[in-house]
Design a protein around this ligand. Structure first.
Ligand code: XMP
Length: 513
């Protein structure tokens, strides 16, 4: 997209995506690619700088991941992080050893001393806390390298060859626990690689629109619009690129939150594109009748969605392209492929290729979520849509434990709307990354007025997280929770108890099913 590109070679570390996000936040385009990339592929990528990530291995382990040494002949600056630092040292002729004593291994926050005028460390204090996680250390530096930082048990916490612009850090600059990590990464990009930072959503918009026009030509495009951030931004971008040759099919499966369907429709009302709303709530409820098991619910919703979508697209005649709102984390995650399936996520944008199109367009494929939101603002989408928290494809069906009925949906919609309304009124939206109400399958005894009730329990869930892979429950103020609880019990018939979920992920997941 721009001339400035950082290549992040992936050695399997747990913070790899975070490195890519940090680089993008600093307005430099980057891609995370497998370390098995050939030297020709690396050259074709044309990196302005290369970062080797951390990884779970030891460089001397049999089959430990490595990289073609020709990468050191490209004249490109390199930053190795943790395993990447050890690998760089080993491949360039240094020595790496397992830390013999437990004291020499470092895990967690570590006081580190920086002692050089290297451009990598410009503006950094003499001492600060870094986040370490390593069992090996560099016992002999390769030729041309000098130590740039030390900790109590590691004299080579950072190393550098200023002449060749090769650097390594034993700690993780990408995690927030490393106090000056962002500055160090910034220095690598702006001081060492001498980049200017021209990766902005304004430039992305221009390039993406041009590329979409080139690819689609005079063809027509179909987009499955879920109303989520990704597909909405995808729609707005395609609207700009091809206007009325875009048709958006919005399958309202009846499992949306209160007023959500109307809001989605309103957001696209003034645009040139063709917007088709299919009210399929009854069909979906029919398919879900009596179904209790979470995976079965997900499967049926996914299948029904495709069926409705196929029927609608058949009615529209020949359409050459199918657009999907795939974003970068989806691409990275499907590349990894070995993670256990905890829940089969049904992304309503993720239709199978065999629907019979000439091609697929995925204009958000290289963007992170926060970038997608920025692009949405750039494209004048309403803030309510752009800053929308994640909402699962199967919708409220997986927030109702057990069977789904119209009555339960109505209860949940109201309770959830009250919770969200109160979060906004209290200015608490920023404190949680996702919050919602769920309907438990529990009924319990209560007393309302002078009478006994035997009604449902609603659970409130709010989580704070960076990546949704792990999450902590959000400490919402008691008085606030009290207000929400009182309102729900007073205003939503059928509810006499409100619970607040205080479980992190793991062991729980964010959603209930
Ligand atoms: P879990 O429940 O797995 O959720 O901890 C992590 C994040 O993913 C969202 N989620 C989904 N998103 N289709 C989606 O598009 C799904 O089937 C799905 N299930 C969970 C969830 O809301 C949370 O943000």
């Amino acid at each position: 997209m721009t001339g400035e590109r950082i290549l992040i070679l992936d050695f399997g570390g747990q913070y790899d995506q975070l490195i890519a996000r940090r680089v993008r936040e600093m307005q430099i385009y980057c891609e995370l690619r497998p370390c098995t990339m050939s030297i020709d592929e690396i050259k074709a990528f044309g990196p302005s700088g290369i970062i080797f990530t951390g990884g779970p291995h030891s460089v001397y382990e049999e089959g430990a991941p490595t990289v073609d040494s020709a990468v050191f002949d490209l004249g490109t600056p390199i930053l190795g992080i943790c395993y990447g630092c050890q690998l760089l040292a080993k491949l360039l002729g240094g020595e790496v050893e397992p830390a013999r004593s437990a004291g020499a291994r470092e895990y967690g926050k570590t006081e580190t001393e920086f002692n050089s005028g290297s451009p990598l460390l410009r503006g950094m204090g003499q001492r600060s806390v870094t986040w370490m996680s390593h069992g090996d250390y560099i016992s002999r530096l390769p030729e041309g390298f000098v130590p740039l930082a030390r900790s109590a048990s590691c004299p080579t916490a950072a190393i550098g060859d200023e002449h060749r612009r090769f650097y390594g850090v034993q700690f993780h600059p990408e995690v927030r626990h490393t106090e000056e990590g962002s500055l160090l990464l910034h220095n690598f990009l702006y001081e060492v690689c001498a980049l200017h930072g021209n990766w902005t959503m304004e430039s992305y918009r221009e390039t993406a629109v041009r590329e979409l026009r080139e690819k689609i030509g005079s063809g027509r495009v179909l987009l499955a619009l879920s109303g989520g951030v990704d597909s909405s931004v995808c729609a707005a971008l395609l609207d700009e690129a091809v206007g009325e040759r875009l048709t958006c099919v919005f399958v309202d499966h009846g499992l949306l939150r209160k007023d959500e369907g109307d809001q989605v429709e309103a957001a696209f009302a003034g645009r040139k594109l063709r917007f088709l709303r299919v009210d399929a709530g009854k069909r979906f409820l029919g398919r879900l009748k009596g179904v209790r098991k979470p995976e079965e619910k997900r499967k049926r919703i996914g299948e029904e969605f495709i069926r409705v979508f196929e029927e609608e697209s058949r009615k529209l005649g020949t359409i050459e392209y199918l657009a999907q709102g795939t974003i970068y984390p989806d691409v990275i995650e499907s590349g990894a492929g070995s993670a256990a399936v905890i829940k089969s996520h049904h992304n309503v944008g993720g239709l199978p290729a065999e629907v019979g199109f000439r091609g697929i367009v995925e204009p958000l494929r290289s963007l992170f979520k926060d970038e997608v939101r920025k692009l949405g603002r750039e494209l004048d989408l309403p803030e309510s849509l752009v800053s929308r928290q994640p909402f699962p494809g199967p919708g409220l069906a997986i927030r109702i434990i057990g069977t789904v009925t119209a009555e339960k949906l109505a209860i949940l919609r109201e309770a959830d709307a009250i919770f969200r309304e109160e979060m906004a009124a209290a200015g608490l939206q920023g404190t949680a990354d996702q919050y919602f109400a769920a309907l438990t399958n529990m009924r319990s005894v209560g007393v309302m007025g002078d009478g006994r009730s035997y009604d449902c329990a609603v659970a409130l869930r709010a989580v704070s997280t960076e990546d949704f892979m792990t999450a902590d429950w959000t400490r919402l103020p008691y008085d606030f929770l009290d207000r929400v609880s009182v309102r729900i019990c007073n205003e939503v018939p059928g509810v006499n108890r409100v619970l607040y979920d205080i479980t992190s992920k793991p062991p729980a997941t964010v959603e209930y099913e």
